[in-house]
Design a protein around this ligand. Structure first.
Ligand SMILES: Nc1nc2c(ncn2[C@@H]2O[C@H](COP(=O)(O)OP(=O)(O)OP(=O)(O)O)[C@@H](O)[C@H]2O)c(=O)[nH]1
Ligand SMILES: [Zn+2]
Length: 298
């Protein structure tokens, strides 16, 4: 058997994967086994099965033999199924905008997932050219700034450069609800993004469907960006209540401080969290979000 070739999954469509080699060659691959557990961002070992035809009408093909151990795995899930989003991500970039109004629950769900996988977090406030709406969005983001999250303000339509140094050295995943300007931001950061998307569609023969799947774009040798469409409801069914609580980083000083060990932090007397809210040390909306998100958990 020939030496395995190392590559990275840059797109997935059903059982079809596009794997990029370090020299930039793209190989359309299928998993060797029945199961296809690989996900965008995975490092994989492949074997070539066919070379590209000389007229380039068909590209190189291969099979995926092995997924290398992951440093992180981002997934979302509902009661019925779990969906892998991206592997080996080191940073999550959550795009919100001045307009339309963003969901702070979706933001919080992303933050919980980030904490669970120990990822660096950047919150991008886009559309700062809309001054009045931006001011209101800043107020809504203030509790997040206060507990230590980094917020980058920009106007993707004009200039995405403020984000570039913060992506350096990271494999970032970009998430955001529809209309926040994620596509605008990607196009501003990556002038070749549309060409890369066409390359993926051609190689995987997936036509326009590729738009609903994660795609990895390389920024430079050390940095890449995974565009992750369709994260409209970040289901966290794979996490238990303790994991959810851990995602509320400002709650940690109060852990174990409630009078009752099984306190639900609702109306119990001696609840350290509701007391902290009364004292203005925890934002009331954050405790509310904790209740609504953990209430849906197992
Ligand atoms: N004023 C203003 N509008 C922006 C900015 N960035 C994006 N937009 C607009 O916001 C709208 C949504 O932008 P998209 O980039 O399509 O948003 P998206 O998040 O990719 O949305 P989906 O494609 O639905 O996932 C478009 O009309 C953009 O022109 C900005 O910085 N300022
Ligand atoms: Zn309590």
């Amino acid at each position: 058997m020939s030496q395995p070739i190392l590559g990275q999954i840059v797109a997935a469509f059903g059982r079809q994967y596009l794997v990029k080699l370090p020299d930039g060659e793209a190989i359309a691959c299928v998993p060797r086994g029945k199961k296809s557990e690989a996900v965008c961002g995975d490092q994989v070992e492949i074997q070539r099965t066919a070379a590209a035809t000389s007229d380039q009408s068909t590209g190189s093909q291969g099979v995926i033999d092995r997924i290398l151990p992951r440093t992180s795995l981002l997934h979302r899930s509902d009661a019925f199924r779990e969906k892998l989003i991206a592997a080996n991500v080191t940073q999550i970039v959550i795009v919100v905008a001045s307009e339309p109004s963003f969901s702070d629950e979706l933001l919080t769900r992303c933050l919980i997932a980030a904490q669970d996988q120990d990822l660096n977090v950047l919150i991008v406030l886009n559309k700062c050219d809309l001054a009045e709406a931006a001011a209101a969005a800043r107020v809504r983001l203030e509790p997040y700034r206060a507990i230590g999250y980094r917020i980058v303000e920009l106007t993707a339509l004009e200039n995405a450069a403020p984000l570039l140094p913060l992506l350096q050295g990271h494999q970032s995943v970009l998430v955001g609800q529809s209309g926040m300007g994620k596509s605008t931001l990607i196009n501003a950061l990556l002038p070749d993004a549309q060409a890369a998307t066409r390359e993926i569609s051609t190689a995987l023969d997936s036509g326009k469907h590729t738009t609903t799947h994660a795609k990895l774009y390389r920024l430079d040798a050390q940095s890449s960006l995974i565009d992750c469409p369709g994260v409209q409801a970040f289901g966290l069914h794979h996490l238990d209540k303790t994991d959810i609580a851990a995602g509320f980083v400002e709650f940690s000083p109060y852990r174990g401080q409630c009078r009752f060990y099984n306190c639900r932090h609702q109306t119990e007397p001696g609840c350290a969290l509701t007391e902290a809210v009364k004292q203005g040390k925890i934002d009331a909306r954050r405790l509310q979000l904790f209740q609504s998100i953990s209430g849906a958990q197992r």
